[in-house]
Design a protein around this ligand. Structure first.
Ligand code: FES
Ligand code: FES
Length: 79
């Protein structure tokens, strides 16, 4: 199984307006934490995330969360 790239060993806290967002699951995007299409050719696909009211979201940067696309603290266990 291929592993995602650890884009950052911690979450990205982003203030979002209502809308639909695409979280980068592969870790290769240059526009973290969002997908920029760089996953092409990899087994990963972006994960959609809908925001209904403006708020801050802590997106997983390490890409190893069990609660995609948000940080669940797993980054603390990575080598
Ligand atoms: Fe990935 Fe926290 S940044 S679990
Ligand atoms: Fe990572 Fe699209 S660039 S999922």
């Amino acid at each position: 199984m291929s592993e995602p790239v650890v884009a950052k060993k911690g979450p990205y806290g982003i203030d979002l307006e209502p809308g639909k967002y695409w979280w980068c699951a592969c870790g290769r995007s240059a526009n973290q934490p969002f997908c920029d299409g760089s996953h092409k050719g990899s087994p990963f696909s972006p994960v959609p995330y809908e925001v209904t009211e403006a708020r801050k979201v802590w997106f997983c940067g390490c890409k190893h969360t069990k609660d995609q696309p948000v940080c669940d603290g797993t980054h603390a266990t990575l080598e």
